[in-house]
Design a protein around this ligand. Structure first.
Ligand SMILES: O=c1[nH]cnc2c(O)cc(-c3ccc(F)cc3)c(-c3ccc(F)cc3)c12
Ligand SMILES: [Mg+2]
Length: 215
């Protein structure tokens, strides 16, 4: 049977990236998506903005919703100091399986926990599962219709603290209007937009950075 797109992306990583070198994994995926087959990774342009926001946040605890093939997982985790942990949630088992192999190829498996399941089911269990209070940094990159319910669930579970940064992908394409309305006009957040383009295209897109102001 034919391979899937994530399997073809993983093969490009295993052939072209140096084991244990996260930057070569990132470059191999971007090259594959630019020259062979488009895939919904955050990509190099928005990825550079993601890098900057992660570096200025210096997070100790990180949550990513939407792993896909692990591209942004590798981008974020390569910037984290040794003691930090990144939890990434993926509802599609096949994507999760590919992501674990991409993350392992980058040599970052000891800093990442890939959780399979629905974010709405897993978020309420995280405090107990990992013994954490709040997330310093959250990257929303799963399904646009889940952005708003999931950020409200994170609030309700006490998983956001003053200064927590939530960065959302695709707020223009395909767009998350209800989410944008919430974080931009709710005093609990200080929000700003980063104009960019849909990964590997000239289509307009962008990231929204929203900092939780505390309860
Ligand atoms: O779903 C996404 N999750 C996380 N990031 C995504 C992303 O960065 C890009 C896209 C995207 C795909 C095709 C297109 F023409 C425009 C945008 C999607 C997406 C949107 C609707 C879909 F039906 C399936 C995929 C996602
Ligand atoms: Mg995305």
């Amino acid at each position: 049977t034919r391979t899937t797109r994530p399997q073809r992306l993983l093969q490009a990583v295993s052939i072209n990236a140096v084991r244990g070198d996260p930057d070569s994994v990132i470059k191999a995926i971007d090259h594959f998506c630019k020259h062979t087959e488009w895939a919904m990774n955050v990509g190099d342009e928005k990825g550079a903005i993601l890098d900057l926001v992660v570096m200025e946040t210096c997070p100790s605890t990180v949550l990513e919703l939407g792993t896909y093939c692990g591209y942004s997982t590798v981008r974020i985790t390569r910037l984290l100091p040794p003691a930090t942990k990144l939890i990434t949630v993926e509802m599609n088992p096949e994507y999760a399986h590919v992501a674990r192999q991409v993350i392992q190829h980058a040599g970052l498996q000891d800093k990442v926990c890939v959780l399979e399941g629905e974010s709405a089911d897993l978020i309420p269990k995280m405090a107990n599962m990992f013994g954490i209070q709040a997330f310093d940094f959250v990257f929303l990159d799963h399904w646009k219709d889940h952005y708003l319910p999931d950020i409200r669930l994170l609030e309700d579970c006490g998983l956001l603290a003053q200064g927590s940064v939530v960065l959302a992908d695709n707020v223009v394409c395909p767009g998350a209007p209800d989410y944008l309305n919430y974080v931009r006009y709710n005093l609990k957040y200080s929000s700003r937009f980063y104009q960019a383009h849909l990964e590997y295209t000239r289509v307009l897109d962008g990231l929204e950075r929203s900092e939780y102001q505390g309860d």
